[in-house]
Design a protein around this ligand. Structure first.
Ligand code: DP6
Length: 346
């Protein structure tokens, strides 16, 4: 017995950052992100019945080639998905994946990859009559076990992960992400200019990065701050309040890097050009009043976010003032994608 499914899942960029984990891939604080429209992972999963063993058996091909390093991540995901997916051991799996974006440019490939794997595994479970619970919730739960931020890549637009309070209600779950639907129409189109400062592979893995929060002197303060920022940014998205949005987003980006610099083993992931570009963005905004702001992943590359109304002004700024400071003068233009993951009959 065989079967095959195909899914595309978007990458996402966090506004409030997930940084620090507890238990089995649970976040220390809530986070919220924007799903991208063009930066995606496309994955097909084929399964072939085999004799049951205690081991998972799979092959992974990235852009047509075997990728051994990533196999470890898939292995960890399969080990963690637990008894409800033990039927997987009755099959040999073949994952074939590719990304629509280059590596190490500040676009999280682990998020879109793990989300696409989880969607494929849930489709497989559904096809074989093993799926319990709502499909996307389950896929988000499973992708979280592969990579925390991946659980937010299950939805288009804005998605949150972790428990938080908003408008005096307790919302969200640490186990899976949920879509944020209360977004003002002024925020309906957000563009993301990804300014590539340095595309060398990451100096610190996210696993190591998160572990730096264990025993971090500012852990408690960080959790309080993230919860407060979560409320503020959700309010800003709801009311269409650009200024609050911008202040929170930049505060979160700089906090993420400050936490790394303050850890017992410190990491400085920003480059001189990162600082230079931050200053340029702030000056440009002061001069023109453009509704744009920056955020950062755990790396040196900047995401310059802006409203659609500012597109031409911001592109001109990138071309005239930022381009010369970018690696090979390169940036990538993306935008928030409303549609979320896509399924195709394979
Ligand atoms: C800085 O999701 O990559 O991008 O759970 O270990 O896979 P793992 O970590 P990962 O961490 C992402 C951290 C971040 C912030 C964010 O996306 O919220």
């Amino acid at each position: 017995m065989t079967g095959q499914v195909y899914w595309e899942a978007p990458s996402n960029i966090a506004l409030v950052k997930y940084w620090g984990k507890k238990g089995l891939q649970l976040p220390c604080n809530p986070s919220v992100s924007l799903s991208l429209s063009l930066s995606k992972t496309q994955t097909s999963l084929k399964w072939v019945k085999k004799e049951r063993t205690d081991e998972f058996s799979f092959d992974f091909f990235f852009e047509g080639e075997k990728k051994y390093l990533f196999e470890k991540k898939i292995e960890a995901l399969l080990e963690r998905i637990g008894p409800s997916f033990s039927f997987v051991k009755d099959y040999h799996l073949e994952f074939r994946s590719s990304n629509t974006f280059p590596h190490s440019v500040g676009i999280a490939s682990s998020a879109s990859s793990m989300a696409s794997f989880a969607l494929c595994l849930c489709s497989m479970a559904k096809a074989l009559g093993h799926l319990d619970g709502p499909f996307y919730e389950k896929a988000s739960f499973i992708s979280r076990l592969g990579s925390g931020s991946a659980c937010r890549s299950l939805y288009g637009g804005v998605a949150s992960w972790g428990e938080f309070s908003w408008q005096e209600k307790k919302l969200g779950s640490d186990l899976f992400a949920t879509p944020v639907s209360k977004v003002h129409e002024d925020f309906s189109e957000i563009l993301d200019f990804i300014l590539i400062v340095d595309s060398s592979p990451k100096a610190v893995s996210s696993t190591v990065g998160h572990s730096l929060m264990n025993g971090h002197p500012f852990l408690e303060a960080r959790i309080t701050q993230a919860n407060k920022n979560m409320e503020s940014v959700l309010d800003a998205l709801y009311k269409g309040d650009w200024e609050t949005f911008q202040n929170v987003v930049e505060n979160e980006a700089l906090t993420l890097h400050s936490l790394m610099m303050n850890s017992v083993t410190p990491f400085i992931l920003m480059k001189p050009q990162t600082f230079l570009l931050i200053e340029k963005i702030q000056n440009f905004r002061k001069k023109t009043g453009a509704k744009c702001c920056f955020t950062l992943d755990a790396g040196p590359n900047l995401h310059l976010l802006c409203l659609k109304s500012e597109e031409n002004l911001v592109r001109k700024f990138v071309q005239e003032e930022c381009k010369k400071h970018l690696e090979n003068g390169r940036w990538i233009e993306d935008k928030v994608g409303k549609d979320g993951p896509k399924f195709e009959e394979a």
